[in-house]
Design a protein around this ligand. Structure first.
Ligand code: FPP
Length: 257
């Protein structure tokens, strides 16, 4: 089981600042990917509509981005809307696709200030214009920032991404700009939406679900997985540091010894 059972920080009574300092002394993952799950259950527990959970989850994205940046993480990819999320009731879908606007409308000035660069992966063609506009503005306004990359997976599905990559490879081979023999894993990675980003070192999924849900299937091949029962809106600095401490306690061998 991957879960972190002991509540180390309570045993040791360290403050957040002390814990952050300690984590910074170790190897901080360069790229963290997060499946933010449990918004609906968080709301249900409080007899609130599901969208209240998503709204609270948006605040957690802000909090986590800030912490990751402070810790020196280079990229944070958050699964904000999957290709399967269209199956949800229309009101919820509409709300979820309004959230990037609300998030960026509220926090973009701070993100710029903190040198964060906003990026997006996913099929933008099917997104409403207002969502695309908000994201495009953020991409444009942060494109020269060289701090943390905050990468939103919006209308993202990994199988569709891989399939699209394969089609592009086939096209390039047909047109003669790519030789079959030159297609390596590294080269294929450049056909994916995450081109230019290092593969995630750490994947976090909240809310106790233990599956990948069509998220970064190619990119997570050697990633360390961390699953926690904490619901995404409740995921705070201590929980984030718990994940990083577990990561630092793992030995990554990439198939070696
Ligand atoms: C899964 O929880 C979560 C989502 C489908 C959406 C994630 C979106 C956010 C956290 C909002 C942040 C977005 C931006 C753009 C800043 P769920 O609704 O499936 O929860 P449940 O399993 O408890 O029902």
């Amino acid at each position: 089981m991957f879960r972190w059972k002991k509540d180390k920080k309570k045993e040791e009574q360290l403050t957040i600042d002390e814990r952050m300092k300690r984590v910074k002394q170790g190897e901080v993952p360069e790229h963290i990917a997060i499946i933010m799950d449990g918004n609906g259950r968080w709301a249900k527990k409080r007899a609130l509509p599901r969208i209240a959970g998503h709204h609270e989850g948006m605040k957690t994205v802000r909090r986590t981005t800030k912490l990751a940046n402070e810790l020196g993480v280079k990229a944070l990819t958050v699964y904000a809307f999957s290709t399967e999320n269209w199956k949800r009731p229309k009101d919820e879908v509409d709300y979820l696709l309004r959230l990037p606007e609300e998030f960026l409308g509220t926090f973009l000035p701070e993100l710029i200030e903190e040198n964060v660069r906003v990026q997006i992966i996913g099929d933008q063609e099917k997104l409403p214009l207002h969502t695309v506009k908000a994201v495009s503005t953020a991409l444009e306004k942060t494109k020269h920032n060289d701090g943390l990359v905050l990468n939103f997976a919006l209308n993202y599905g990994s199988r569709a991404e891989i399939l699209e990559g394969i089609k592009q490879v086939a096209k390039d081979i047909e047109e003669g700009s790519l030789e079959v023999g030159d297609l390596s894993e590294e080269r294929f990675s450049s056909y994916l939406m995450t081109k230019g980003l290092k593969d995630p070192d750490l994947l976090i999924r909240t809310s106790g679900e233990i599956r990948l849900s069509n998220f970064m299937l190619w990119q997570l091949a050697y990633t360390e997985f961390y699953f926690t029962d904490v619901l995404w809106p409740d995921f705070d600095a201590d929980h984030f540091i718990d994940a990083l401490e577990v990561y630092q306690g793992r030995s990554r061998r990439f198939g070696g010894v």
